[in-house]
Unconditional design. Sequence first.
Length: 355
Amino acid sequence: MNMPLALPAETQTLMFNEAAEAADVVAAQFARNRDTLVALAGQLRAAPPPFVATCARGSSDHAATYAKYLIETQLGIVTASLSPSIGSVYETPLRLEGALFIAISQSGKSPDLLRNAEAAKACGARVVALVNVEDSPLAQLADTVIPLCAGPEKSVAATKSYLASLAAVLQLVAYWKDDPALLAALDGLPQALREAWAQDWSSLTQGLVGARNLFVLGRGLGLGAAQEAALKFKETCGLHAEAYSSAEVKHGPMALVGAGFPVLVFAQPDSTGAGAVAVAGEFGARGAEVWVASAPEPAAPASSSVQLPLAQAAHPALAPLLTVQSFYRAINALALRRGHNPDLPPHLNKVTETV
């Protein structure tokens, strides 16, 4: 008779310990990449690209969502996600001359990502690679390499490499814009991540042990965080979760929400936050169990919702990183409570190479 493998204790998973390293990873990354990004930012200010194209998959693509909103809100430059299949499957040449092409990858060796980066470079785009493996094929073909400095990540679920990707985007945009407030906020990010790791989200863990479906809502800078959370629910907990903008959810999907259908809301501490909290209140009034991760401002969660504490962000652009860091600790615990090992999701590998 085969006996089930014993699950590790909460603090003994690779996911837990790798996520806990994020603050130190970001501090080292900021120091390592400062000169590279100062030089790149100067070049981009001198010759601004007409637009930015991102290319990534999985958690890295959620980082690209964050990049889109950060670049557009801080710099006003249109930023679009390029589908990897356009170059690798359809083999359609795209007009990217003069564009900034940002490829985000942990391994830097997925064939579809490489083909698109090669095509972008061949047609005159500036290729910037945010990559953890510094001698990877992607790093070798890029015009500028921004190392994520996350070190080895053995858990299948990406944590510190995802946060390192967001931090790299944040540092790039801060230097590109040359904004004193954003630059000053970078200095406090590692300590803020440590505070985020200490937040108590146990109410979320306890409340979702028996859940079968879930919506995760965010908006603007926080949408990528919602996408990342939904992915982690699926891969580490076997829990079906879908991410939506707190505005987009009202265009049809909200019909599903009611008693027995939980909702997790990430409310950004910016002009999108009040709307997200209002949607949370509406869903709570229907009888749905709702958790809202928000600071006291821009609005307090409705009384029908459970508030999840957030570490204070010195700038709204930092909030998605702090939200996700608190979430990682909660999702690790939830996976174990549901009988899953978050380090070894079924049918998944650490490196996924798609064509």
